[in-house]
Design a protein. Structure first.
Length: 369
């Protein structure tokens, strides 16, 4: 069966760290590798960062801008340059590509989410390699993916890819940042992402000079992708040929095994497509009921409500200390929940003056995260 691979390359691999200029040989090898994989009948999507980094190099800026408007302007300069380079290389290799720029709001509305899915499906059917980036120039802060690790995981989940490759400037995940901890231990295989907490993996700060999220965002991307049944690999960006070798079974990088029972497409959209607008703090009984017995959430188990939201909007379900357990769509507004939290279902009609839904979050709309 045709396999789908999503490859994400970060700014740290696409550009020379000293000058910010494009790392042309890396990009050319990446284009050759992906074109070869297409000829071997793989479907491929490239999620490429670099708009801000390339824009800075073009404009002679020596560090990543912090002010939002400047960053958005610089990304507009860099994205065009980046696509020009990709198109020249892939065209030489007779491989058609497409530019797909997304913002988080494209995935929030279910109809738009399905539309994006249909576009990817058509492009892949046509044998095109979509080159994806966040639409940095128009994205507003509240509706940003923020980093392309997350974006690539959401794309891999959307298209139900078999593999997600996160290409970066280290060869794999280590027990701590190898830049600051020289004896950090390499990690080759993560069978279950929750193991990382037990291994006490340190993910350091915000990444390299030009990178955005460091290892933190790669691990949360691996969590999203593996939950969707996508095997995820963190590996060195400077050797794109390793992607082929990994697909042939060689062991480079850190592999995160796909979850054996992937979450359904609709639940993945609830968990990661939507932006949660509030937080419900649950008592111990409710936390156990939803996480181990697959029950719906009732008002009686809610200790407190945070944020402002309407019915059918997404919220985080947390334990009493605020640690996320699940996400779900609510059947009540935040105002209604403030009045009925902690109360038995039979009391709700009297408190609200009308008969509401039986559950606050029905188990069909609840996803453990
Ligand atoms: N546990 C860890 N294992 C490996 N690298 C780590 C770890 N913690 C932090 N890092 C840092 O993450 C950096 C990669 O992230 P980033 O700069 O955002 O790259 P990219 O541009 O590829 O997204 C590495 O250069 C490394 O210094
Ligand atoms: N969308 C931004 C990249 C954001 C990002 O995640 O960067 P990186 O950490 O280098 O993968 C850009 O094109 O510059």
């Amino acid at each position: 069966m045709t396999q789908t691979i999503v490859v994400k390359i970060g700014t740290s691999s696409l550009t020379q760290p000293e000058t910010g200029q494009l790392a042309l040989s890396t990009i050319a090898t990446l284009a050759e590798t992906l074109s070869d994989l297409r000829r071997q009948n793989y479907r491929a999507i490239l999620v490429s960062s670099g708009a801000v980094g390339v824009g800075c190099a073009r404009l002679g800026l020596t560090e990543r801008p912090k002010a939002i408007a400047l960053k958005q302007a610089v990304a507009a300069v860099g994205q065009g340059r980046l696509m020009r380079v990709y198109d020249d290389l892939f065209t030489t290799l007779q491989q058609p590509i497409a530019q797909v720029l997304l913002t988080r709001s494209d995935l929030v509305q279910r109809s738009r989410y399905l539309n994006v899915y249909n576009t990817f499906r058509e492009l892949l059917e046509l044998g095109v390699i979509p080159v994806v980036n966040e639409n940095d120039t128009v994205a507003v802060e509240e509706l940003k993916f923020g980093d392309n690790d997350t974006l690539s995981a959401l794309v891999a989940s959307l298209v139900e890819a078999n593999w997600l490759f996160l290409l970066t400037d280290v060869d794999r995940l280590y027990s701590a940042d190898p830049r600051s901890v020289p004896d950090a231990q390499p990690i080759s295989l993560v069978s279950n992402i929750n193991e990382l907490a037990k291994l006490q993996v340190q993910t350091g700060g915000q990444g390299s000079q030009w990178g955005t999220g460091g290892m933190v965002t790669k691990i949360s991307a691996a969590r999203i992708a593996t939950a969707a049944g996508v095997r995820t690999v963190i590996t060195q960006g400077r050797q794109p040929r390793n992607i082929e070798k990994i697909l042939q079974g060689e062991s480079f990088g850190t592999h995160f095994e796909a979850h054996p029972e992937p979450t359904s497409a609709r639940k993945r959209w609830i968990a990661y497509g939507l932006v949660p607008l509030g937080k419900l703090y649950l008592d111990e009984g409710a936390a156990i009921a939803i996480s181990t017995s697959g029950k719906s959430l009732l008002a009686a188990g809610i200790l407190a409500v945070e944020g402002e939201f309407d019915t059918q909007e997404a919220v985080l379900l947390c334990d009493k200390n605020g640690h996320e357990i699940a996400r779900g769509l609510v059947n009540y507004t935040s105002g209604e929940l403030q009045k009925i939290c902690g109360r038995r279902s039979s009391e709700i009609p009297t408190i609200l003056g009308y008969v509401g839904a039986e559950t606050v979050v029905h188990r069909d709309n609840l996803v453990l995260t």
